[in-house]
Design a protein around this ligand. Structure first.
Ligand code: BDR
Ligand code: CA
Length: 314
């Protein structure tokens, strides 16, 4: 049976691939997308999410715009990676459907409370403001969510700072709320996603998988590669966000370990760090610890999954 999924995102080149992966995978029933200011401001990323659904031929996908600002800190963005539009490098179709009127946080609560408990998986691939707000506004959702599988954080090297990953650093206070609630959280961090490199060979396979989408996917990846080369000294872009969707589709692609994870809020040098206790003090079956961390990636099978999903989008 397909996993009922909500994608909470800030497209963003890799968020766009995450949306396409979810829409093109029969293992996923994507019941809605919520957006959050992150890679760019809320209006741009919301427009981008709608344009990507239009591109995918799925304009009816419900999309709800969420929070404009982090809980406490000032907003930051990643225009230096994703360009002025948030999705530079590609001409996307104009959205044909109006944006849903309901705020993402209200929609999340209504949807989670309205469905059977334990049926909805949330995949956040941006800052965690919407998810934290929803948990505070309606605490009963926490016990009803099946799982949160998020792209964010790292137990090793960071990207926005030496130790902090961008999504977490955008709103560390929200991230701390999400990691400390009792719902199961799986962190797919940079330790995993830095292995999801879109090499020119991978890109050629993705473009070949669906000729109709080839210009868009190629344009996105060319731009993403150029900024990752210039700004981060990566030869090929790590395609972070679809890794979280892939973990839901096929857990065997990304091994995980159960271990405590918390977010540093006071360190001068470490603000936004996801402090991951890898000392093996927790037994893998210990239900008292509700957080897991991804530790590897079968990159070859991951990219096959993405290519197959693109091919299905017709
Ligand atoms: C994360 O930051 C964003 O720029 C990407 O979309 C991804 O979600 C990687 O650190
Ligand atoms: Ca993202």
């Amino acid at each position: 049976m397909a996993t009922t999924m909500i994608l909470d995102c800030d497209p963003g080149h890799d968020d766009a691939i995450a949306i396409l992966l979810a829409l093109g995978s029969p293992e996923v029933d994507l019941i809605g997308i919520t957006t959050i200011g992150g890679n760019h401001g809320l209006d741009k990323v919301t427009h981008n999410a709608r344009a990507v659904c239009e591109l995918a031929g799925r304009p009816e996908t419900p999309i709800h715009a969420g929070c404009r600002r982090p809980l406490i800190r000032r907003p930051i963005d990643a225009a230096y990676i994703h360009g002025e539009t948030g999705l530079d490098g590609v001409d996307l179709p104009e959205p044909s459907r109006p944006l849903a009127a309901q705020h993402a946080v209200d929609w999340l609560i209504e949807t989670i409370m309205g469905r059977e408990p334990g049926t909805i998986t949330i995949v956040p691939t941006g800052p965690l403001t919407n998810i934290a707000m929803a948990a505070r506004l309606e605490p009963r959702i926490v016990a009803r969510v099946k799982e949160i599988v998020l792209m964010g954080g790292a137990y090793g090297v960071g990207n926005a700072t030496p130790v902090a990953e961008f999504n977490i650093l955008c709103d560390p206070e929200a991230a701390q709320i999400v990691f400390n609630e009792s719902w199961p959280v799986t962190m797919i961090g940079l330790d995993v996603t830095h292995r999801a490199l879109c090499t020119p060979e991978v890109q050629a396979d993705l473009c070949e998988a669906n000729p109709r989408l080839a210009d868009a996917v190629g344009g996105l990846m060319d731009f993403f590669r150029s900024t990752y080369r210039d700004q981060e000294a990566f030869p090929d872009p790590p395609t972070h966000d679809p890794c979280a969707v892939a973990r839901v589709i096929d857990p065997s692609l990304i091994p995980t370990r159960r271990c405590p994870i918390d977010v540093e809020l006071r360190g001068t040098l470490t603000y936004g760090m996801t402090v991951t206790d890898m000392r093996a003090l927790v037994d893998d079956s210990d239900p008292a610890c509700t957080t897991r961390v991804g530790t590897g990636l079968d990159a070859e099978r991951f990219w096959e999954l993405v290519a197959d999903a693109l091919a299905r989008l017709g």
